[in-house]
Ligand binder design. Structure first.
Ligand code: AMP
Ligand code: ZN
Length: 458
């Protein structure tokens, strides 16, 4: 059975679902106003590993939202609408922006071999559920109105801040030094923002409080409860969500239902750059496309993430990515040669059983992926038969998702891509001297180019 660190109780706990027939899990999804950066993607890889490990022993209903409503540039309900900013930046409507970046997000998600969630819910398609939740909170006396919206009064919820430690909570409260306008407490947050009367927003809806748009936190609580019930087994996200987003989700949901909202809160640590934090709103960040353009496979990045524990910060560098790439390639080369030696038969031996048990124990010990990888390497180098090794690899890969038994697709770098284009052009111009020179250059990069009736192939 899985043991996992529960942020709610600040310790590792045995995971026991509310319903023994299956677990429910909600993961905070992307805000689709820009490309996901590799930090965001680290969180989705960790969540995928969690899903795969849970599914070893029970079915899981996995849900993710798409934040396609522009919540504001700061968690504190201030600043501009991120979707509107992106719309102005790119000269497209906010709806087109959301559609474009959602599609791009899932391309990245798929290429990292993350399993698609069973339920994917867009915020813009669930506004009535959010309005209903705000209405309930209003009826129960947890809200108040200001000139720009309906706010949640955090002083009314006795358990406010149970996810965070006291010192941190006091810090949030004494953000009171900063001007927080008409809010009664520094930690209060918007449930519904009312549109200004002199301006038409691209994304706005009618509500009992006027035309406007929902706050970010209400989005996740309303949709999670609509699909998964009032008490979820698991809720995940990056560590940045603990202090505000998830803290506010608990306040809303528990005040509305009187029940525990989430039983296990599970958070992944950040990917950082040596220069500091990687952040979408700061603009400077690395995407999966950047890695691909530099000749890395998305699975090299997945391998890199698996080498670190999800609860430790990971500092990204191209050196460490190179190392991950080399290790993954050498692992796959070893597996390919084992495949050639194997007669394809299944073998059930004690040795294999024990190795599988060790592997599962590592994964079920708070997702110890680096230990699990080490166990896989040890087994591959061991005296086990080729058949046992292949069975073990197949088993391990259901957890790791590294496509270990598939033939590797060749990723080419941006530089090689450019040379290939130049060579195709040289051939078109019948400049065979140049095309031969380029072929030699590509060969030196490990790319064998052949000229076929369909054009050049590599
Ligand atoms: P966002 O699209 O900004 O709402 O974030 C999507 C997910 O990525 C959330 O679960 C965040 O907590 C997580 N996240 C944001 N920045 C990072 C980072 N640098 N490293 C790891 N996860 C991150
Ligand atoms: Zn969320």
């Amino acid at each position: 059975m899985l043991k996992i660190y529960n942020t709610l109780h600040h310790k590792k706990e045995e995971f026991v679902p509310l319903n023994p027939k299956g677990a429910t899990c909600y993961c905070c999804g992307p805000t689709v106003y820009n490309y996901a950066h590799i930090g965001n993607l680290r969180t989705y890889i960790f969540e995928d590993i969690l899903m795969r490990t849970l599914r070893y022993s029970l079915p899981v209903k996995h849900m993710m939202n798409i934040t396609d409503v522009g919540h504001l540039t700061s968690d504190a309900d201030a600043g501009e609408d991120k979707m509107a900013l992106a719309s102005a930046r790119e000269g497209k409507s906010a709806w087109e922006i959301a559609k474009f970046y959602e599609k791009k997000f899932f391309e990245d998600f798929d290429s990292l071999n993350c399993y698609r969630p069973d339920i994917i819910a867009r915020a813009t398609e669930h506004i009535p559920a959010m309005i209903n939740l705000v209405k309930t909170l209003e009826e129960k006396g947890y809200t108040y109105k200001t000139s720009d919206g309906i706010y949640y009064d955090t002083s009314k919820f006795a358990d406010y801040g149970i996810l965070i430690n006291k010192a941190h909570l006091e810090g949030l409260k004494t953000g009171a030094r900063v001007d927080f306008g008409e809010k009664k407490n520094a930690t209060d947050f918007a449930l519904w923002k009312i549109s200004p009367t002199d301006k038409k927003r691209q994304m706005e809806w009618t509500s009992p409080w006027g035309i406007g748009f929902p706050g970010w936190h209400i989005e996740c609580s309303a949709m999670a409860m609509q699909y998964l019930g009032e008490t979820l087994d698991i809720h995940c996200g990056g560590i940045d969500h603990v202090a505000i987003h998830h803290t506010n989700e608990i306040a809303q949901a528990q005040a509305a239902t009187g029940k525990q909202y989430v039983r296990y809160w599970i958070h992944g640590e950040f990917l950082v750059m040596s220069s500091g934090k990687m952040s979408k709103s700061a603009g400077a960040f690395v995407t999966l496309d950047t890695l691909k353009e530099n000749g890395y496979s998305p699975l090299d990045y997945r391998y890199l993430c698996l080498g670190a524990h999800y609860r430790t910060q990971l500092e990204f560098s191209y050196d460490s990515l190179d190392f991950a790439k080399k290790s993954r390639h050498s692992l796959k080369a070893k597996i390919a040669s084992i495949k050639e030696q194997s007669n394809g038969n299944n073998q059930k031996t004690e040795f294999l059983k024990e190795a599988k048990n060790n592997f599962v124990s590592a994964m079920e010990d708070d997702l110890n992926t680096s230990k699990a990888l080490a166990i896989l390497w040890d087994f591959i180098k061991s005296e086990a038969s080729a058949e046992e090794k292949l069975q073990f690899v197949k088993f391990a890969d259901t957890f790791l998702g590294l496509n270990l038994l598939e033939e590797e697709k060749k990723e080419i770098s941006a530089e090689a891509k450019k040379l290939l284009e130049e060579r195709a052009e040289a051939r078109k111009q019948k400049d065979f001297k140049k095309s031969d020179e380029l072929r030699a250059k590509l060969l030196a990069m490990g790319i064998v180019v052949k000229d076929t009736p369909r054009g050049q192939e590599y």
